[in-house]
Design a protein around this ligand. Structure first.
Ligand code: SF4
Ligand code: SF4
Ligand code: FES
Length: 231
């Protein structure tokens, strides 16, 4: 298979460029990540992240033929040759396919991704009804891969101010949780022209999420709740 891979080494002083590689996959190797591992055998200067190879850790998100995907669950038969591999758009490149996620995780930490509840803990656990638990479906499964945020034009323009689709989906996950006691504080934090309202409902995020989640729907739900509180 033919691949074109984005190469950038800040220490070399050279400009970024695409490098061609020919790869022969062994029987049983079907994924873009398998090909990347083969390329690395040819050229150990290539850098990329990966860990679980099962679509769970979210570390090998990259742009594959123009679309953000996880290399480990993208079948090579889905992507016409030459397969073009580039870093996630909208993120500063550290080297080759490795991007700087500092801003992404800063937004994530700012939405307080944990339950806030000062009530004394019950003897065993904080219970939810099946219906309350059901409302977390479509939210808790996010693996923080950043495929969505890296495909969001609003984030490309305002990465320091717009929380972005992944952070907002995570915010909604805790706003919706019946065990959390700071819905008002969470909504007040997001009620901001940049943090939330830079979302223009372009839907790229929902289009590319490899877990089938809909950040756009979560964002709309946050907006609706803010609207209800203001009326
Ligand atoms: S719906 Fe909003 S968050 Fe999703 S890609 Fe569009 S602007 Fe970005
Ligand atoms: S919402 Fe989907 S695309 Fe975005 S970070 Fe979570 S799993 Fe990845
Ligand atoms: S290597 Fe973990 S999601 Fe691909």
């Amino acid at each position: 298979m033919r691949f074109k891979v984005y190469r950038f080494d800040p220490e070399s002083g050279a400009k970024p460029a695409f490098q061609d590689y020919d790869v022969r996959l062994a029987p049983g190797e079907h994924k873009v990540l398998d090909a990347l591992v083969r390329i690395k055998e040819q050229d150990d200067s290539l850098s990329f992240r990966r860990s679980c190879r099962e679509g769970v850790c979210g570390s090998d998100a990259m742009n594959i033929n123009g679309r953000n995907r996880l290399a480990c669950i993208t079948d090579v038969t889905e992507v016409p040759e030459p397969v073009v591999l580039a870093p996630l758009p909208g993120f500063p490149v550290i080297r080759d396919l490795v991007v700087d996620m500092t801003m992404f995780f800063k937004h994530y930490h700012e939405i307080r991704p944990y339950l806030v509840n000062d009530e004394p803990p019950p003897e065993r656990e904080r219970l939810q009804s099946p219906a309350e638990r059901e409302r977390l479906n479509g939210l808790y499964e996010c693996i923080l891969c950043a495929c969505c945020t890296g495909f969001c034009p609003s984030y490309w323009w305002n990465p320091d101010k717009f929380v972005g689709p992944a952070g907002l989906l995570q915010a909604e996950r805790f706003i919706t949780d019946s065990r959390d006691r700071d819905t008002a504080g969470r909504l007040a934090f997001l009620d901001d022209v940049y943090k939330l309202y830079r979302c223009r409902t372009i839907m790229n995020c929902t289009e590319v999420c490899p877990k089938g989640l809909s950040p756009a729907r979560a964002i709309e739900h946050i907006k609706v709740q803010l609207l209800k509180r203001s009326t």
